[in-house]
Each structure stands twice: as C-alpha cells, then as structure tokens.
Design a binder for this molecule. Structure first.
Ligand code: COA
Length: 431
C-alpha cells in the first residue's frame, strides 16, 4: 500500500526508520534519530549550497524551472508585466492580493510620503569618494537608516514592520539616485510625488535645469516592467541572506544591507554586466559562430545563459527581449541586440545547449536596455536592488509571521584537528 512516508534502513546498524513525507519533503530533523550508538549525535544532511534543502515555507513566489513558469502570489509574471505597475506588484508581494483602487491609492500615498531622506543622509553621501561604487553607497545608506529609525528594531510589531516597508520601498530610489549623481559630481534631485515610482526615479537621476522633469513614457514604462520582473525570485542568495540575518530579530535595514551585499556579487546581481561585456567582445554578428565554437570547447561561457533553477526559457528574458525593441524605438538601436539575437538563435539550435537545457536568463537582454537608456554598468546591480526591495521585505514580513521561524543556524561537519595539547610558542611548527 502506498503511504506518505519514507523507510530508511541504516546498513551500519541494520535498523529501519519510518520518516513522514509532507509536501514532497522530509524534515531534516527527523534524520537525527538515526544513530549508531546512544551517544551518537545522529544523522545530518550535508547541503552546502542549499541545492536540495527547503529553508522555509513561502506563499509569495512560485517557480517551475523545467516549464519556465514564474508566478507572484499565483499570478503569471507575463500578465503582471503586461497589466500591472511595479507599485501594484509590490503591494501584491507584501499583502498577498492585488490592491483594489482605494488600497492602491493609499499604498501609493504611503510609499510616496516616505521618499525623502533625512538631510544628514545627504551629507553622509557627500562623504564618499568621488568614484565610490553606487552599490556600496546604496548598501551603506540603507544600513544608516537603522540609526535614523530606532523604532525599526521592534520587529515583532506588525505596525512597525509596515512602517519600515513604506520607508524602505519609498527611500531606496532616492538613495540610488543620490549615489548615481554623487559619482557624476552633480547636485541631488529631491523626489517629485506627482510622478510614478519609475518616473520619479528617472527624475532624480536625470533632471537637469528644467523646472519640471517629464519622463519619457516608453522608458518610464520599460523601467517599471523591469522592476516588476526583478521584484522577487523566491529563495535566491540575497533573499536567503535577508531571511537569515533578520532571523536574529535585527531591524530590517541591517538585514537589507546584508541582502544588498549578497546581490552585489558577480554570480548574482552582476551577470548582466558580464553578458554585456561578452557581447561587446564578440563585436559583430559574423563572429558569433566562432564564439559558440569556443564555448563548446569549454573555453568560454555564454553569460546570461543557463540557470540553476530554469531548465527552460526564463520567462523574464522573453519579456525583456520585447521591451528592448520598444526602448530602441526611442533611444536608437543598441547594436549589441543583433549580436545577442544571433547568439541566442545559434545556441538554441545547437545540441550542446539543447542537451544541457541552456536558455537565455533574465540577464541576457537587460544590460542592453540599461545601456541604451544611458546607465553605466556599475548601476546595473543598483537597478536590480531597487525592485528586489519589495521581495526582500515581503519575505521578511512573511518570516516574522511564521511560527516556525527560529534563528537560522546551520550545522557543520567538523573537518579539523582532533583535540591536542597546547603548543608553547617556541615549539610551534610553521603554518
Ligand atoms: N555557457 C556554456 N555552458 C554552460 C553555461 C553557459 N552559460 N552554463 C552552464 N553550462 C554548461 C556547463 O559547462 C556544464 O556542462 P558540462 O555538464 O559539460 O560540464 C553544464 O552546462 C551544467 O552547468 P553548471 O555550471 O553545472 O550549472 P549550474 O546550475 O551550477 O550553474 C549558472 C548555473 C547560472 C551559474 C551557469 O549556467 C552560468 O555560469 N551561467 C552564466 C552566468 C549567468 O548568466 N548567471 C546569471 C544567472 S541568473
């Protein structure tokens, strides 16, 4: 008779154990009863990159990597990208449902009324070196907010959490724009509440002498859709960092500084820059064949291709490719798109890529759009961090409401020296 459990026989002892299966998983703690002797610690599972370990239950984002499906709170990413605004999606992620008209108005009002930062933050930004990386400035700015809002440490109080959610989603574009303009040695532009979330961000980045900044509608919408596509992606590296740090009950600004740090790494938020560099190095469409040959010989990788979870076309990449064409009608064509399309075309017909299920991911086309809009490459991870803020906060809030949450504290397999006598300094061997 089939039953929802797992029978394990320990061949060291001959003992058999029955472990329940729920939602396609066993609880790792159930392995601890498997012992070779009374004083044995019990069996551990070893999973250094969490490749096959669920660290939480979550109702926010669903991914089916084999089928190329991504949904926020049950809604397909394609529909959200077509029909929603980023602020609506942020509401959805945090609250679980799409907002009704009045709810959206209130949410928009609350976010817009927390876009300003304390003047001392502005002065603090001035202290950075003229060529400081904007991601480092953003990370530091977010961490500094914890000192401006000491009440944020009351993380078990839902109203306090809500206040920090408004503040963080509101202020992150302001901090990002200040970081951008600091690099250029330009005066800072304050938020304009009349504009949309993306429109105001463009205002704070690009406003010059004009009295009222008017964002280009195509670019404003393209940025808003890119924000939707980057808003959440379940338990990725930076979200895991956010949850892990926040599990100590620290304030969300400190936890988010850690998440931004994780996102800064080239294996996470930096791949779109690598993809752009690769396309520039290929140089022209006629060199693509040669490049693919080198990839197949193991000399190169196609940056922006392949994914740990997606073994099909990343649904976000399809949408980004379409937006790229729309943006180019305004900005002029970025010639790298033709190299990218040719590369994708050749790769998707080649057995090497088909057998390994390698498809374009979110980073393959996004850098081309950012470049066409006029961003320098070191702003790319910042453009990722702004929308991911709503995902990090939704995940944090969900974790704080989950009765199963305890401080994150993995085990290790100790691989070092056994106990040994202390060595006086004169007798020590060189290490
Ligand atoms: N180009 C060429 N070959 C690739 C490849 C790429 N972008 N990505 C993976 N492969 C090949 C590997 O060489 C390996 O081949 P092998 O079985 O002959 O050794 C196979 O596909 C599996 O790759 P692996 O590195 O084990 O997969 P992973 O799940 O650990 O890695 C990535 C996933 C994303 C790190 C990887 O696909 C990659 O490096 N992509 C490029 C960087 C990138 O776009 N990152 C952004 C992710 S959103």
């Amino acid at each position: 008779m089939p039953s929802d459990d797992l029978t394990i026989t320990d061949n060291r002892t001959g003992q058999t154990y029955t472990i329940p299966i729920k939602d396609g998983a066993i609880r790792a703690i159930d392995l601890r009863q498997i012992k070779t002797a009374e004083d044995d610690f019990g069996l551990l599972s070893y999973d250094p990159s969490f490749e096959n370990t669920a660290s939480c239950r979550s109702a926010i984002t669903f991914i089916d990597g084999d089928k190329g499906i991504l949904r926020y709170r049950g809604y397909p990413i394609e529909e959200l990208a077509e029909k929603s605004s980023y602020l609506e999606v942020a509401y959805l992620l945090v609250n679980g449902e799409l907002p009704r008209k009045k709810e959206l108005e209130e949410w928009t009002y609350n976010v817009a009324h927390h876009t300003l930062v304390h003047e001392n933050i502005r002065k603090f930004m001035d202290g950075f070196h003229h060529d400081a990386h904007p991601m480092g400035m953003l990370l530091t700015g977010i961490a500094a907010l914890s000192t401006f809002y000491p009440d944020a440490k009351n993380v078990t109080e839902p109203d306090e959490r809500r206040m920090q959610i408004y503040r963080t989603i509101g202020k992150i574009p302001t901090l990002a724009a200040f970081a951008y303009r600091h690099r250029l040695g330009m005066y800072y532009v304050y938020p304009d509440d009349d504009l949309s979330y993306a429109g105001n961000f463009l205002n704070m980045l690009f406003k010059m002498g004009e009295i009222k900044y008017k964002p280009n509608r195509v670019i404003e919408r393209a940025l808003d859709v890119l924000f939707i596509l980057h808003a959440d992606h379940e338990q990725n590296c930076s979200t895991n960092a956010m949850r892990s740090i926040a599990s100590s009950n620290v304030d969300p600004y400190s936890a988010m500084a850690g998440a931004i740090g994780a996102l800064s790494g080239p294996l996470h938020g930096g791949a779109n820059q690598a993809a752009l560099t690769m396309l520039a190095q290929i140089g022209s469409k006629d060199k693509v064949w040669d490049f693919v040959k080198r990839v197949k010989q193991g000399e190169e990788r196609i940056m922006g291709f392949g994914h740990r979870v997606y073994k099909n076309y990343d649904p976000r990449a399809k949408i980004i490719r379409r937006i790229a064409e729309e943006v180019f009608e305004t900005t002029g064509r970025n010639p790298l798109i033709d190299i990218a399309v040719e590369l994708e075309h050749i790769a998707l017909q080649d057995d090497y890529f088909v057998e390994r299920k390698l498809y374009p991911n979110v980073d393959f086309y996004s850098g081309i759009i950012y470049q066409a809009i006029g961003f320098s490459v070191d702003m790319y991870p910042v453009l990722f961090a702004i929308p991911r803020t709503s995902g990090w906060l939704a995940q944090w809030d969900e974790m704080m409401r989950d009765s199963a949450t305890r401080i994150a504290r993995p085990r290790q397999i100790y691989d070092g020296e056994p106990a040994r006598p202390y060595m006086p300094i004169g007798k020590r061997r060189s290490s």
